[in-house]
Ligand binder design. Structure first.
Ligand SMILES: NC(=O)c1ccc[n+]([C@@H]2O[C@H](COP(=O)([O-])OP(=O)(O)OC[C@H]3O[C@@H](n4cnc5c(N)ncnc54)[C@H](O)[C@@H]3O)[C@@H](O)[C@H]2O)c1
Length: 283
């Protein structure tokens, strides 16, 4: 099995949203690989609880784990995070811009919720990229930036347009970042778009006390992510127990087909196209 060269013993991983779910599972996975970990989250008390789980997996205990309470939507606080991790560990090899909220906002109402959602989900990742990338390139060592998007940012299902917008923005941000990195001389930093399937994390358990059969555990998702990073994949589109890679590919192709075939927006959910979509999925 290949491993991304940034994931190596004594290298440093910075993870936002690390107090829970996917971020915490990633912190544990990277700690098990011998990395030093910086866990950042807005929830300081949950962060401290999560820290002990990660410390238990490191080679040097407490010295290998830094926790930083941070609001990713606030650029000065993300710059401070970068300075703290460089002061403590001297480098950053993996940056995972993962913090997110599933706040709901109606399409033409809830202006304040739209702002909060975009500030956290989209500006959080932009702030991470802005604060860290220059230093990561200058290190001259293998490194990667993983931004957590969503299938909702690709196929844009109706229900929470604000969330879709935030995650579609992350997709565009990460694609542009990877293009610019690969066209930067002597740059050893790569960018990757992590697209979770249905994963049983804090934002899901808040509404569903029992794990639905369809959902993956965050540990499964992180194992899948690390394998895909090892293969050098940019798009890491994760399946779950209901949705296979093939189903995802077809749904993505159908969505792109709306534009190419001049169908109505989001035709997958348009009654006139229900049969055509079902037939396409069966092909
Ligand atoms: N769980 C899923 O099915 C799923 C699917 C697609 C995408 N995602 C994305 O995965 C990422 C991780 O979410 P999760 O599912 O692990 O949920 P989670 O709720 O378990 O974890 C999210 C973490 O982000 C933190 N956070 C929220 N706002 C923050 C802020 N302003 N600054 C710093 N930290 C903040 C929370 O405190 C929490 O610890 C999110 O970006 C989410 O949108 C999740």
């Amino acid at each position: 099995m290949n491993t991304h060269p940034a994931i190596a013993s004594q290298n440093v991983a910075v993870i936002t949203g690390a107090a829970s779910g996917i971020g915490l599972a990633a912190a544990k996975k990277f700690a098990s690989a011998g990395m030093r970990i910086c866990m950042a989250d807005i929830n300081a008390s949950e962060l401290e609880k999560a820290k002990s789980e990660v410390v238990a997996l490191t080679s040097s205990g407490e010295a290998d784990v830094l926790t930083v309470p941070v609001d990713v939507s606030d650029f000065p606080s993300v710059e401070k995070l970068k300075n703290q991790v460089i002061d403590s560990f001297g480098q950053v090899n993996v940056l995972m811009n993962n913090a997110g909220t599933a706040l709901r906002a109606r399409t033409w109402q809830d202006h304040g919720r739209w702002q909060t959602l975009l500030n956290v989900n989209l500006w959080g990742a932009i702030n991470g990229v802005q604060a860290f990338t220059e230093d990561m390139i200058a290190q001259g060592k293998p490194a990667c930036i993983i931004n957590t998007g969503s299938k909702q940012g690709i196929t844009c299902p109706p229900g929470n347009t604000a969330y879709n917008v935030s995650k579609a923005g992350i997709k565009a941000l990460t694609e542009g970042l990877q293009h610019d990195l690969r066209n930067t001389e002597d740059c050893q930093v790569s960018a990757h778009l992590l697209v979770p399937g249905f994963t049983y994390t804090g934002m899901v358990s808040a509404h569903m006390p029992k794990k639905p059969d369809a959902a993956w555990l965050p540990e499964q998702l992180v194992d899948y992510m690390v394998d895909r990073l090892g293969d050098g994949d940019f798009y890491i589109i994760c399946p779950d127990n209901d949705v296979t890679e093939e189903i995802d590919s077809k749904r993505i192709l159908w969505g792109a087909g709306d534009i190419a075939n001049k169908r109505p927006a989001l035709s997958r959910w348009h009654p006139d196209y229900q049969q055509a979509f079902a037939d396409f999925m069966k092909e």
